[in-house]
Design a protein around this ligand. Structure first.
Ligand SMILES: [Zn+2]
Length: 204
């Protein structure tokens, strides 16, 4: 399993984490016709606020892998572009906005939290799956935080909420420890992967 993740990771890490610049598409949709779509817009470097943003390490490989084993659709950034390319535009161009989304990211801060959940401007009780996600996290002894450090307001979550007026998307930020399968293969195998797969199941 770790070997598969490492192989996938090479796609996103090449060219100093700018991905495969020969790739035609910026975003790759792997469509499994699931209600839920996992997104990883920072799988490679991206262009944010007129400058280059580093990738959210391991999120591309993890999202690709979780999508495959749980049969969940994914949209993953394949390459850096030196101009703004929004995953929200890709979602509307492909008419996918009526799905549920989990927007997978990674945070670097050393905070007393494993997972930050951003739900933007809707209130927690409007989210059909938020409570379930928090319960699953508790089961795995993962500490969650909702809408504090990461609100999702300025990313895909906020943009989709504004466009669709529906609370169908949650930004899910993972700590470095939970993502880093080079340093912590056991944690990723026994915690992160089953945790994310269990979340995908509740959307079925
Ligand atoms: Zn990110």
């Amino acid at each position: 399993m770790i070997e598969v993740l490492k192989t996938y990771n090479q796609l996103y890490m090449q060219n100093f984490s700018r991905g495969n610049m020969q790739e035609k598409e910026i975003f790759l949709l792997s469509n499994k016709n699931s209600n839920l779509i996992l997104t990883a817009p920072h799988a490679t470097r991206s262009f944010v606020n007129k400058k280059e943003k580093l990738s959210d390490l391991y999120t591309g490989a993890l999202t690709q892998y979780i999508g495959e084993i749980s049969n969940t659709s994914t949209i993953i950034r394949q390459k850096f572009t030196p101009h703004k390319a929004l995953i929200s535009d890709f979602i509307s161009q492909n008419n996918l906005q009526d799905h549920y989304f989990l927007d997978i990211h990674g945070f670097k801060q050393n905070i007393n939290c494993d997972i930050c959940l951003g739900i933007g401007d809707f209130s927690p009780q409007n989210y059909p799956y938020l409570e379930k996600i928090i319960k699953i996290a508790e089961k795995y002894h993962l500490k969650t935080d909702v809408n504090n450090l990461y609100t999702g307001r300025f990313g895909l979550t906020g943009r989709l909420q504004k466009a669709c007026h529906k609370p169908n998307i949650i930004q899910l930020e993972l700590s470095r420890c939970l993502r880093d399968f080079d340093q912590n293969p056991d944690i990723v195998l026994n915690l992160t992967v089953p945790f994310l797969c269990e979340i995908c199941k509740i959307y079925e």
